[in-house]
Write a protein that binds this ligand. Sequence first.
Ligand code: BDR
Ligand code: CA
Length: 314
Amino acid sequence: RRPVYFDCDTGIDDSLALAYLLASPEIELVGIGTVSGNVSAAQAAENTLRILALAGRGDIPVAVGAHDALTRAFEGGAPHVHGSNGIGEVELPESGLTAIDLDAAQLLVRLSHEYEGRLEIITVGPTTNIALALRLDPTLPSRVVEVTAMGGAAFASGNVTPVAEANIWNDPEAAAELIAAPWPVVLVPLDVTVENTLEESHRQQLLDSDRPLARAVGEMLDFYFDFYVELYGRRSSALHDPLAAAIAVGGVVATNAPLVDVVVDATHGPGRGQTICDLRGQRLGPVDQTGAHVRVVLGTDRPLDAHLVERLTA
Ligand code: BDR
Ligand code: CA
């Protein structure tokens, strides 16, 4: 099983991604770091521990990571999207678990030695912890196979500003450091995540499951579906973080994913948080750019919805 470090700001779609990873026999979650984004890093860790307890996986180490972005203090998250506790006001049972005594960046560096040349990173929140790990040990990329990151917008509009997606917007400096580091990156932008939705019928399947974690995420989705009425005109939700998880695992395959140069705008003008993807010459199909190390996912082999529900309820 391929060892994976997962970094998240455990809101509702992060919870779906975590549930998917826990149900994936291809990989082994060897550590989880939390970061402020949807909620504070501390609340994200609390949510993560409760989810792990529900899944009977209290053995997976969870490290609290950065509370503040590299250059800006945490401003309270996105309670209108994920609820005040990050998981749609669902009260999960207390876990009886605690976070480990390392911060997330330290945990990541430690795991990169333990699983040298094998470790994969999946990040679905602001990438502050990854940037801090790179600062702690700039040789980190040499020990990591690949980083899959949910974030950015290629051709699509942003979801926080006209051009910025939330994970990048919440820490553009950190995203720029992740993208600049010499490791293969798979970027899963809004272009594909908003095309993958979950519907009320899927939510019912989750609620009907005999798996406690499937039922819990089914309950959380009630809140998320309300938020997404504005985007889709119906109760439904985008599958941002679980799509990144499924692509990293291989359950969904990226079919249109050219290697292109990507620059993160970390200026303070209207472009702040934009992922400038050089997609010139891509209109007729994917063309890899020489020297580029970021694969931008623009299309996949199948929708995630039924596959996700199947894994969570199996
Ligand atoms: C991203 O922002 C967060 O709110 C979601 O969890 C996802 O990671 C989507 O822009
Ligand atoms: Ca997230």
